[in-house]
Design a protein around this ligand. Structure first.
Ligand SMILES: [Zn+2]
Length: 462
């Protein structure tokens, strides 16, 4: 299987960060993570008792007993990482963060199915509700060690809703993309391409949060007018140089074939929920340089089928995703890896069918490759962006580990609560198990109030 080439990248210009960072960020002290077990997810492999030096949003150096002064660093904050595993932040290749305040609403009965319930609730969300749901969702991702998300925002009722979502992602501190979609899943309300274009133009190159297109194929594919709408959207995204995400759930066979026949597969196009894709379809995707996003928990939950990772092993660019914290239940990349591993071994009837490190690759460098961001994130090497998580190993459910390769421990035993520290773009967003500068009780109150208001609005007669 053509494994993702794990390149050691040293060519990223450090000057870029200085020009991009705002004045406040330039003033931050450098960070020295000391004496950790470092999983680089590069050809360098794991490095024991190793330091990682971060400055101005980049990884400056990785090595033993680093002396910041030799790297021109005078002001440094030291983070004692003894007993911790340091690894790249996880990459969530697909989410719907606007649904976060629908948690607990999908009950497995006809009246509580995900699609009708989320559509009804989504239709009455204000821009304020969107901002709350997306900020809550993004902070939960960070809390669980996820530093990048590609968010599929397919409920853009007005330009103000899109702006609220973008503002929420910016404010949360997460890296990622807002994939701008339509009002619903039909072609009745085409995506506001003018607004998307203006937002994309207003973003500085290299912004922590960028834009993309949340694209769908028409449900009624016999009507050429539907195709004309979708073609305009696709062409606009390509013209703007924006990545495109597209669902092939629902009728996966014909939808995937339509992508192939109409020549939509290309670098920068990510195909989501391809649980039943055939070898022929996957070969076409791979040959075109397109990517796969696999979201095992949600795909199992809504009945898209089993996410059999072995079936996708010929695809170069593939990563894992959460697909909405409410549908997945929570933003838990450890549980996502675990379910994918369980499905793989159970399907193969063979305990050794999958290696834990392969799951960790998919959750880090694999996801970065799926988003075509591997030159910036997904692994730890000098020159890459400083997106790093520290996992502490002293919880009850991690005790009894003799200190060998931690890959198996992370995949089979770890939880988001074990993520002690999360750094995105060189800024500490979670420290000693607590999100930084987040009033959690207020956030929870706000989220619950918004969820209740959405619910009562959805129940009120027109
Ligand atoms: Zn999705």
């Amino acid at each position: 299987m053509p494994r993702a080439p794990l390149r050691l990248l040293v060519g990223v210009s450090l000057a870029t960060s200085a020009t991009l960072a705002c004045a406040g960020e330039v003033d931050r002290p450098a960070l020295l993570i000391e004496s950790a077990h470092v999983m680089t997810m590069t050809s360098e492999g794991d490095l024991a008792d190793t330091d990682v030096l971060l400055r101005d949003g980049h990884i400056v150096a990785i090595g033993r007993d680093l002396d910041p002064a030799t790297h021109g660093v005078s002001r440094v904050e030291r983070i004692d990482a003894r007993g911790h595993v340091v690894l790249p932040g996880f990459v969530d290749t697909h989410s719907h963060l606007w649904t976060t305040t629908m948690r607990g609403r999908f009950g497995g009965t006809d009246g509580t199915r995900f699609f009708p319930v989320s559509t009804a609730l989504g239709a009455v969300m204000t821009a304020g509700d969107i901002g709350i749901a997306m900020r809550l969702g993004a902070l939960e991702l960070i809390d669980g060690g996820i530093t990048t998300t590609a968010d599929f925002f397919d409920n853009v009722l007005t330009p103000a809703h899109a702006e609220a979502g973008l503002t929420a992602l910016d404010a949360s501190g997460i890296r990622g993309r807002l994939h701008y979609g339509g009002r619903d899943r039909s072609t009745r309300y085409p995506i506001d391409l003018d607004h998307l274009g203006r937002l994309a133009e207003a973003r500085a190159p290299g912004s922590r949060v960028g834009l993309g297109l949340a694209w769908r194929l028409p449900r009624d594919r016999d009507d050429p007018a539907n195709w004309a709408v979708r073609q305009r959207e696709y062409d606009a995204a390509r013209r703007l140089g924006l990545p495109v995400q597209v669902h092939v759930s629902g009728e996966p066979g014909p939808m995937f074939d339509a992508l192939i026949e109409r020549d939509y597969l290309a670098p920068g196009v990510e195909v989501v929920h391809a649980t039943d894709a055939t070898p022929r379809q996957l070969a076409a995707l791979d040959a075109a340089g397109a990517s796969l996003s696999l979201t095992p928990i949600s795909e199992h939950r809504v009945g898209y089928g089993l996410t059999r990772l072995a079936a996708f092993s010929g695809v170069d660019r593939q990563g894992l995703g959460i697909d909405g914290n409410a549908l997945a239940g929570s933003a838990d990349m450890f549980a996502t890896m675990r379910l994918a591993a369980l499905t793989w071994t159970g399907d193969a009837r063979e305990e050794t069918a999958v290696q834990p490190r392969r799951l960790l690759e998919l959750a880090t460098v694999g996801g970065a490759r799926a988003l075509r961001m591997e030159d910036a994130i997904g692994s730890l090497a000098p020159g890459l962006r400083a997106d790093v998580q520290l996992v502490r190993l002293d919880a009850l459910h991690l005790a009894g580990h003799a200190g060998e390769d931690p890959a198996s421990l992370l995949v089979w035993s770890a939880r988001p609560s074990d993520v002690a520290t999360v750094i995105v773009d060189g800024i500490v967003r979670k420290r000693d198990g607590v999100l930084v500068d987040v009033d959690l009780p207020a956030l929870v109150r706000e989220a619950n109030a918004s969820a209740a208001a959405i619910r009562s609005r959805a129940q009120a007669p027109d």
